[in-house]
Design a protein around this ligand. Structure first.
Ligand SMILES: *[C@@H]1O[C@H](CO)[C@@H](O)[C@H](O)[C@H]1NC(C)=O
Length: 465
């Protein structure tokens, strides 16, 4: 079989898996943003028909922000589910819980019981964190090494696509006026994501680590790599990786992340990479506000929000195509720098607009470039780089540690950014996003090893040296 055919099979299987996880994730992250008025009416009707603005604000904040609470809890279930029980069982449990959560949210709208919406969202977000981490592990552990980067981009690609879908589906022209159909729209895909897990084998690397029978391991390799895969060659590298690390218990290994120099370095690198992912959501969610404040007509501002989502998606496809040819450093460092620069430029243009109005159009263009530069590699690479630098036995712990630190950073900046913005204007972006990103980038460019096309044990050895 040709090398292209060897690549197409795992990519197709993993794309299918990425879509089942991220359809729901992207949809749940965005579907509340467009039909705000319809949800207000729904809450008013469900809670007796005469609620005050204050009560509404309270419910609405709760419904929106409960997502982060659940996601934070879910990050810590990663070592328990995806490591103890395996990636496959972890994903099966997570997808089943997400299906139940989707049905609860639909019933909440159908029966006018808003509390079910909150319960549904907290269950969904908890298990979305589990499913997302299991997906990254699948994307890292099952494809052949030479396409590991492209495979890992599949998550970001499908996520950005379904964020755009969630935003558009919520408009009045589509399902925004019919919340029952809107919340029902993800149920079939959630059901499919449970069914697909009965056909997908565990990753061969996890099976090897957990001491499964040889025939089971070989079945997994053949499933992802194709029937004529060179099994001994593929498994040899994993065996080296596993032999080099010993691990005692989960609690002492959490301390290992800080105690062992190369793990500490990986944790720090991963947190620095993820720091560059903090700003994007502020700009996607609030772009309309920022643009209307610099005198952009509301029609153009709404259009710009959609253009940002599209630019984000198109650029993840481009980034995924080049990541295994150019390497991680050559994509991550320039595009993270560009991304940080666009934030600074947006600040500059929004200030210049006060002097001359036409600068506002540069600000719009900058926002689209901001989302595009993020899509090219900042997001995707940052989510998988920790897995690529960590031996399998510490992998889920490393994910949990770096994702949870990142979530704290996201929550803090989300709470702080708008009050700060109303106080000092767009200068707040320089303080909240640009300065931390520049510091992180300096550390990354000095310490990040190039991981393209290399086996994990080889990368880990470089970090040790
Ligand atoms: C809820 O509906 C009542 C009656 O239509 C209205 O007076 C009230 O302002 C609404 N509350 C909110 C928060 O919109």
């Amino acid at each position: 079989m040709s090398s292209a055919a060897h690549s197409i099979r795992p990519i197709a299987i993993l794309l299918c898996l990425a879509i089942t996880v991220n359809w729901q994730y992207g949809f749940s992250s965005t579907y509340l943003n467009t039909p705000v008025e319809q949800f207000k009416e729904y809450l008013n009707e469900s809670l007796g028909g005469d609620i005050s603005e204050g009560t509404y604000d309270l419910w609405w904040d709760l419904i929106q922000n409960i997502w982060f609470v659940g996601f934070f809890i879910g990050i810590f279930l990663n070592p328990v589910l995806n490591d103890r029980l395996g990636r496959r069982v972890g994903l099966l449990i997570a997808n089943s819980a997400i299906l139940i959560a989707a049905i609860l949210q639909w019933l909440a709208v159908l029966l006018h019981v808003p509390i079910l919406l909150i319960v549904g969202r907290v269950i969904a977000s908890t298990f979305t964190a589990v499913a997302f981490q299991a997906l990254v592990l699948y994307l890292q552990e099952s494809p052949p090494t030479h396409i590991r980067g492209t495979a890992s981009f599949l998550s970001e690609m499908s996520f950005s696509l379904f964020c755009a879908e969630g935003t558009m589906l919520g408009t009045d022209q589509l399902l925004g006026d019919n919340l029952t159909w809107l919340t029902a729209s993800v149920i079939p895909i959630c059901a499919f994501s449970v069914v697909i897990m009965f056909f997908l084998p565990e990753t061969s690397k996890y099976l090897l680590m957990s001491g499964a029978e040889r025939s089971v391991v070989e079945h997994s390799v053949r499933f992802f790599h194709g029937p004529d895969a060179n099994i001994p060659v593929i498994l040899k590298e994993t065996e080296i990786e596993i032999a080099e690390e010993t691990i005692s218990s989960t609690w002492s290994s959490i301390l290992d992340l800080i105690r062992i120099p190369h793990l500490r370095k990986t944790l720090f690198l991963s947190v620095c990479c993820l720091q560059n992912c903090v700003a994007l959501w502020t700009f996607i969610y609030n772009s309309t506000l920022f643009l209307e404040d610099i005198n952009i007509e509301s029609g153009i501002a709404k259009w710009a929000a959609t253009a940002m989502c599209v630019s984000y998606f198109v650029c993840t496809v481009l980034g995924g195509t080049f990541v295994d040819r150019w390497g991680r450093r050559k994509i991550l460092i320039p595009f993270s720098s560009l991304h940080t620069a666009t934030i600074a430029l947006f600040t500059l243009f929004s200030q210049l607009q006060k002097v001359q109005d036409f600068w506002k159009y540069f600000a719009v263009a900058t926002l689209i470039l901001l989302a595009g530069s993020f899509g090219c590699g900042v997001g995707a690479i940052s989510w998988f780089i920790s897995s690529e630098m960590t031996p399998i036995k510490y992998r889920t712990l490393m994910q949990s540690a770096s994702y949870s630190i990142n979530t704290i950073s996201v929550v803090i900046s989300t709470f702080v950014v708008l009050p700060f913005y109303f106080w000092i204007g767009t200068y707040c972006f320089l303080i909240l996003y640009c300065i931390p990103s520049v510091l992180a980038l300096i550390y990354i460019s000095r310490n990040l090893p190039e991981t393209r096309g290399r086996e994990i044990h080889d990368i880990v050895n470089e970090l040790k040296g």
